[in-house]
Ligand binder design. Structure first.
Ligand SMILES: *Cc1c(COP(=O)(O)O)cnc(C)c1O
Length: 400
């Protein structure tokens, strides 16, 4: 993969007709070191946010040893890329064959569940040929918690209700060598209070079940920074989580885990797109809803943008984007702030697409074929540079 200084240098070198993904390994490594050294427990990378093997290697080198995988394809991918990584199969609904292959072929011992049926499935799929149950299972019961403080909900699909949790915790304790409790507060949790509320539920569930709990996993949801979404410092999340974890009724040597996806990889990618046509303040660009801009189209997520043509000096105005496919759904409302004189033929850099962006590209309608290059400049915004910008909150740094 070629190295370039920044997006303008890529445009000068390639004048790309297809969208180009820019990788910033230094930014992902910085985020990984931050979690590996500052989170008061173990940080698992949630692979679904961006399963790029290059990124997995960067995170591993920067100290991330555990990986939250959700499908057998993710298990195989991470095992092939990082042979020594610890894999945790944290999807609460798995096929029996996926569980068996993960356990028997790939050395997975940690599984999550939120029903008695899934518990029975895990026990059956990991038993030996004589029908003896595995004695080394590390099982995590997923609790349903609120998503009210998050931009994207994960509350309705998974997790057992508090009222039903005690019998499942007790049944799981019977067969598990090591018992965890996990939850997910939803993605882009804009306040640490989301975790306080969830930990209070965990406390109630553990107390009612009166089982010994060896691990509490606060899941993902740690935010990144986007236009209009500037979260408090991650240190605040870490210290509040730690304080509430310490007061839980759990084993004295219990572990604290988290599963960041977005926070570890959002800064890893940006994207160069080309303006193919302008109609009023709508720009027809060559990536969209079926490419790296899925969230921009489907949940009106706003990403930072900049025009890469130096001659454009117009005042910034609000623009919307159309993607390249033939349907109206390929539309991104924004608003995206760009110079008033932007025109067809110009290039735009769209930032902060490392999480749920670069990973979402499809080849629908013959688009999505562009390549990737490495750049060495800073991402458009960062939670981790340590420099302070008084216009935004303490550790969120807008770089332009
Ligand atoms: C998606 C997911 C994550 C990662 O969430 P982020 O909001 O990207 O941090 C972590 N754990 C589980 C179980 C998930 O489904």
């Amino acid at each position: 993969m070629h190295n370039h200084l920044d997006a303008p240098a890529v445009v000068r070198a390639l004048a790309p007709d297809e969208p180009v993904i820019l990788n910033r390994p230094h930014a992902a490594a910085r985020a990984a070191r931050f979690f590996a050294t500052r989170f008061p427990g173990k940080s698992l990378y949630a692979v679904k946010a961006n399963p790029s093997p290059d990124l997995l290697k960067v995170l591993w080198s920067a100290g991330i040893t555990h990986y939250d995988v959700a499908s057998i394809a993710e298990v195989r991918l991470v095992r092939a890329t990082l042979p020594e990584a610890t894999l945790c199969f944290m999807h609460p609904v798995k096929t029996a064959s996926a569980i068996a292959e993960a356990y028997k072929v790939h050395g997975v011992r940690t599984f999550s569940l939120d029903t008695h049926e899934e518990l029975a499935k895990i026990v059956a799929a990991t038993s030996d040929a004589e029908g003896n149950a595995a004695r080394d299972l590390r099982l995590c019961v997923r609790l349903r918690v609120s998503s009210e403080f998050s931009e994207l909900s994960l509350a309705s699909k998974f997790g057992i209700d508090l009222a039903d949790a005690a019998p499942l915790l007790q049944a799981t304790r019977q067969v598990a060598d090591w018992l965890g409790v996990c939850f997910h507060v939803g993605s882009q949790a804009m306040t640490p209070f989301a975790y306080v509320q969830a930990l209070d539920r965990a406390r109630a569930a553990i107390a009612e079940a009166s089982v010994v709990v060896d691990m509490v996993d606060v899941g993902g949801g740690f935010p990144s920074v986007y236009p209009g979404m500037e979260p408090p410092p991650l240190e605040d999340y870490f210290s509040i989580i730690h304080r509430h974890f310490e007061s839980l009724p759990i084993a004295y040597n219990a572990e604290l885990w988290c599963e960041p996806g977005r926070a570890l990889c959002a800064e890893y990618n940006s994207l160069i797109v080309k303006v193919e046509r302008r109609r009023g303040n709508e720009l027809y660009i060559n990536d969209g809803a079926y490419g790296a801009l899925y969230d921009a189209a489907h949940v009106a997520w706003r990403f930072p943008v900049r025009c890469l043509d130096e001659d454009r000096t117009g005042a910034l105005e609000d623009f919307a984007f159309y993607g390249p496919t033939c349907d109206d759904a390929d539309y991104m409302e924004g608003p995206f702030l760009l110079p008033a004189d932007i025109a067809a033929g110009d290039f735009i850099e769209i930032g902060m697409l490392g999480a749920y962006g670069a990973a979402m590209r499809t080849a629908f309608n013959g688009f999505g074929q562009g390549g990737a290059v490495i750049v060495t400049d800073e991402p458009m915004a960062s939670l981790y540079t340590g420099r302070k910008d008084p216009r935004v909150s303490d550790n969120v740094v807008s770089l332009r």
